[in-house]
Design a protein around this ligand. Structure first.
Ligand code: PLP
Length: 367
């Protein structure tokens, strides 16, 4: 059998090996070193913020962000109902009450729904730029500003994406990123929190590493109960090599998406991903909505039999077994999670690989 096409595959096309060797030879292989510093500068530049604090994963970035904001048990926080689970898990770990809001036609949290969900108890809003299409952070941040509450942007899927000409990550009080191997650029494992606020940046830095004291005398005097969320300098070396090619990686993802659009545009009943005129989409994944009534599992099985890997869309919060029951109807999330499937799309995907996927979809939907 020919090699299956994976939904994602990292593309190591820069100076990864050279930088890793430099990191190893430097003996700075733990959480400090020149590649950690350089990666922070590259992430801040890409996110359009003054500061970036790199950490061990996108999940630890969220834990760090919520700790820095002081999210506490019982705090009401608005979050998308249709989302990757990590930001919600981080809120649940703190005992926060998650108030889910249904998706809009960009597959992101609906700003009108956010406005309707705000109460006197709302402490903050987490927005997620799902699949790399920025959510309406402009409007959501304006709603939050009027109420004096915080916004965290989970931009794990959207490094390099833009809304109204501004980078994803530049809108919220804090924003988080992931550099897991399936992201547009990767450090293997890794994440970051970005901000424009020097006080928050210092707090994030302290919390990342157990709040050790700054001076020799006070090294073991801890000003808070921090974590060890440090990113190894060896992984930061990979991250730097990747971030140097962020614009090529994005261009490749966008070219793959554009080609899928051309080749799948005419397939009856197949929903293609939205792309609002206000955004530059990073196309972290290329997801489609199967024609209604099609059995997703059997289409996925047929694609797999042709050597094409797929993934179902996220499972919505109101149906997650680990989320306390929530009231309300979430028709868009239902539709997305029932019909959505994402296809192989990776940096450097060849035309012949993409054609294989397209032919397999035509065949599977013709039966
Ligand atoms: C929106 C979102 N947030 C957070 C994460 C978690 O990142 P990590 O896997 O690096 O912990 C992911 C991972 O895919 C994600 O998609």
């Amino acid at each position: 059998m020919i090699d299956p096409l994976p939904v994602s595959r990292p593309c190591l096309f820069g100076k990864e090996l050279e930088y890793v060797e430099q990191a190893l030879r430097s003996t700075h292989i733990s959480g400090t070193g020149s590649f950690v510093d350089r990666m922070e500068a590259l992430v801040a530049e890409a996110a359009g913020t003054c500061y970036a604090v790199v950490v061990s994963s996108g999940t630890s970035a969220l834990d760090l962000a919520f700790e820095a904001l002081g999210v506490a048990a019982g705090d009401e926080v608005i979050a998308p109902n249709f989302t990757m689970f990590a930001p919600v898990a981080a809120l649940l770990r703190r005992g926060a009450t998650v108030v889910p809001v249904d998706a809009d036609d960009t597959w992101n949290m609906d700003p009108d729904g956010v406005e309707a969900a705000l109460t006197d108890r709302t402490k903050g809003i987490v927005l997620v730029h799902t699949y790399g299409h920025p959510a309406d952070a402009t409007r959501i941040c304006e709603l939050a500003r009027r109420r004096g509450i915080w916004v965290v942007e989970d931009a794990a899927e959207a490094l390099g994406a833009q809304l109204d000409g501004r980078p994803a990550g530049a809108f919220g009080d804090l924003a988080t990123f992931s550099f897991y191997a399936n992201k547009v650029v990767t450090s293997g494992e890794g994440g970051a929190v970005v901000t424009n606020d020097p006080v928050k940046a210092a707090r994030l830095r302290a919390l990342r590493s157990l709040c050790f004291g700054d001076s020799w005398a006070e090294r073991f005097v801890h000003t808070g109960a921090g974590f060890n969320f440090r990113l190894s300098n060896v992984l930061a070396a990979i991250g730097c090599a990747q971030l140097e090619h962020l614009s090529e990686a994005l261009a490749s993802k966008r070219a793959v998406a554009a080609r899928y659009r051309q080749l799948l545009g005419g397939v009856s009943g197949l929903g293609l991903p939205p792309e609002s005129a206000r955004v530059l989409h990073s196309y972290w994944v290329f997801g489609v909505l199967l024609p209604s009534g099609r059995d997703r599992r059997s289409v996925a099985d047929q694609l797999w039999a042709s050597g094409i890997e797929t993934r179902p869309f996220f499972h919505p919060l109101h149906r997650q077994p680990s989320v306390p029951p929530v009231r309300g109807a979430f028709p868009r999330s239902e539709q997305l999670s029932n019909r959505g499937l994402y296809l192989p799309s990776y940096v450097g995907m060849a035309e012949r690989e993409l054609n294989r996927v397209v032919h397999a979809i035509h065949r599977a939907l013709a039966t």
